[in-house]
Design a binder for this molecule. Structure first.
Ligand SMILES: NC(=O)c1ccc[n+]([C@@H]2O[C@H](COP(=O)([O-])OP(=O)(O)OC[C@H]3O[C@@H](n4cnc5c(N)ncnc54)[C@H](OP(=O)(O)O)[C@@H]3O)[C@@H](O)[C@H]2O)c1
Length: 207
């Protein structure tokens, strides 16, 4: 196994990874775009540098890695791409506006690409987890928000659902009944109600 450690907020990182693997004659049959981070707070209270890094990591690097590794998969008529979005991809969210918008991009991009790749032997799966017990919420400052107080899945539950869907070539997977139900309900709510729900969910819980 080859391990390449890179900071994917650096725009040069995807090409560097690709070139290193090419130089080592390594074929990539599975691409998992998992790396991302979020923040919690008013848009105007966070430094632009943080958003620039978030957009580079959550959107630009994911897209560039896909563009680098996909052509060979299509040529070989074999390959799997797993993009990690979020239940938040379905919801415009005050207090985490850029993060949730970045996940809406991942969902939209993945579903569109899955359609383009039909019949090529290559599939794209978009994994949309709800709250999951990882380091994410601590880094994002969401630990004490209402979202993370109950119905939090384990990382292994989410990873298993993602891998299983990816192997089967499913375009979308929402791990857990509650996550699937919440995503389904968003279809029937007026657009203006969604930010109200999310604003309430991302309020800090008083302890
Ligand atoms: N946890 C949740 O509630 C939740 C819900 C919905 C969606 N998600 C999504 O799930 C995915 C995994 O997040 P997680 O929950 O496992 O959070 P996490 O514990 O914070 O893990 C984040 C992952 O991203 C990597 N990463 C972060 N910044 C990076 C950078 N600059 N360059 C390269 N890699 C970087 C980290 O690598 P290192 O370990 O090397 O730092 C780690 O593997 C993310 O896409 C996240 O948006 C999480």
């Amino acid at each position: 196994m080859t391990v390449i450690a890179k900071d994917l907020t650096d725009p040069r990182a995807p090409e560097e990874i690709f070139q290193q693997l090419e130089a080592a004659n390594q074929t990539v049959g599975v691409l998992v775009n998992n790396a991302a981070f979020g923040t919690c707070g008013m848009f105007t209270d966070t430094d632009w540098k943080v958003y620039a890094e978030m957009i580079q990591l959550n959107i630009a690097s994911l897209t560039r890695l896909t563009s680098l590794f996909l052509p060979a998969m299509v040529q070989n008529r074999d390959g799997r791409v797993l993009n990690v979005a979020s239940l938040g991809a379905f919801l415009p969210s005050p207090l985490a506006a850029v993060y949730f918008a970045s996940k809406a991009y991942v969902l939209s991009f993945s579903q569109a690409l899955a359609n383009e790749l039909q019949g090529t032997g290559v599939t794209v799966t978009c994994l949309c987890p709800g709250p999951t017990n990882t380091n994410f919420q601590k880094r994002a400052g969401m630990e004490n928000t209402k979202v993370f107080q109950s119905n939090v899945l384990s990382a292994s539950q989410v990873a298993k659902a993602g891998l299983c869907a990816m192997k089967r070539g499913k375009p979308l997977v929402l791990p857990g009944f509650r996550t699937a139900l919440l995503a389904f309900i968003t279809r029937f709510l007026p657009r203006k109600v969604l930010p109200l729900i999310m604003r309430n969910s991302l309020e800090q819980v008083r302890k």
